[in-house]
Ligand binder design. Structure first.
Ligand SMILES: NC(=O)c1ccc[n+]([C@@H]2O[C@H](COP(=O)([O-])OP(=O)(O)OC[C@H]3O[C@@H](n4cnc5c(N)ncnc54)[C@H](OP(=O)(O)O)[C@@H]3O)[C@@H](O)[C@H]2O)c1
Length: 293
């Protein structure tokens, strides 16, 4: 398949591009800068120049390809309102890509987070949360999945809080960044709350499987570790960086503080059984051992 990929230079996206190219697909990758274009070309992708706010470019890219994987999301939250802007840009981009595929039967795979359910592991059949700072992303995905009734083979891969590679990435990566910035490997609350995790290269395999096989309107869980206690994550970060490990206020982590404080283990039993996905790369705590001071 010739596949349009947005976000192909990201932690997950670069693994997705490699995974597709290693499995007889070709990739047309969105690139908003010369640097991103060079990285994508070096990986073996063809480049479509533009950003996710360039809706005509996205429409054109979807028209040139047999399927879409949508991963781009703004990742600089330093300015006030940046997270809300990123959510709005993603919503418009995903809606545009989905509309372009109406009536074609072609696949589009997008990304969201795993839901959380008090007292148990969340599963693929649990709905996405409709409240909280990233609820807008859930609405974007839900609208895309609803296009299943209009001839779009839409699916979503739900990511754990932490998607890691070489010890970096995801919410554990934000903990590491905060530790480097503040000199303390901090965690919110008691640290007993659990976050699921997956290695980026295992997640990439699931994006390919969903592109190739997922029925229209379905959601899948890229969960390798069902739940690592946040204190255990902070302990590896602190030991690797030579920093003290201690509780810190949730607002240390900006707009993510409330999510960081929650217990949110998750299961991928259904995904493994139906799509035959089997993670093979190191778990989070083992991967964090690669962090360098
Ligand atoms: N639990 C969760 O909810 C969860 C966990 C992990 C990941 N995710 C989602 O999974 C996706 C991929 O994650 P990741 O870790 O690979 O992301 P990442 O490393 O932060 O990379 C973001 C990607 O999006 C691109 N991008 C950002 N803004 C863009 C814009 N305006 N126009 C075009 N491209 C833009 C970046 O391109 P440049 O190289 O040009 O900057 C980069 O390729 C994201 O949507 C992320 O939010 C969700």
């Amino acid at each position: 398949m010739r596949v349009l990929v947005t976000g192909g230079t990201g932690t997950i996206g670069s693994a997705v591009v490699r995974e597709l190219l290693a499995h007889d697909h070709t990739v047309l990758a969105l690139a908003r800068s010369d640097r991103s274009a060079q990285l994508l070309e070096a990986a073996g992708a063809a480049v479509l120049r533009g950003g996710i706010a360039d809706l005509d470019v996205l429409r054109d890219g979807a028209g040139q390809t047999d399927g879409v994987i949508s991963l781009a999301f703004g990742h600089d939250y330093s300015a006030p309102g940046a997270l809300a802007l990123a959510i709005a840009e993603e919503a418009a981009a995903v809606a545009t890509l989905g509309q372009a595929l109406i009536g074609t039967g072609r696949p589009i795979v997008t990304v969201s987070g795993t839901p959380w359910v008090p007292g148990r592991l969340s599963t693929e059949s649990d709905p996405l949360p409709t409240e909280g700072p990233v609820a807008g992303r859930a609405r974007t995905v839900t609208a895309l999945l609803a296009l299943a009734s209009q001839g779009v083979r839409s699916s979503s891969v739900r990511m754990p809080r932490t998607v890691h590679d070489e010890g970096t990435g995801g919410f554990a990566g934000l903990l590491t960044d905060a530790a480097r910035r503040t000199g303390v490997a901090g965690y919110p609350g008691e640290g007993t709350q659990r976050w699921p995790a997956v290695h980026a290269r295992d997640a990439a395999v699931l994006f390919r499987l969903a592109l190739e096989q997922a029925p229209a309107g379905t959601a899948w869980h890229a969960v390798a570790d069902e739940g690592d206690a946040v204190r255990d994550i902070a302990e590896v970060v602190g030991r690797r960086l030579g920093l003290p490990v201690q509780p810190v206020p949730a607002d240390t982590f900006g707009p993510f503080g409330a999510i960081f404080a929650m217990d949110q283990p998750s299961s991928s039993a259904h995904t493994r059984e139906v799509l035959g996905w089997q993670p093979t790369h190191p778990g989070l705590l083992e991967d964090l051992e690669l962090l360098q001071p």
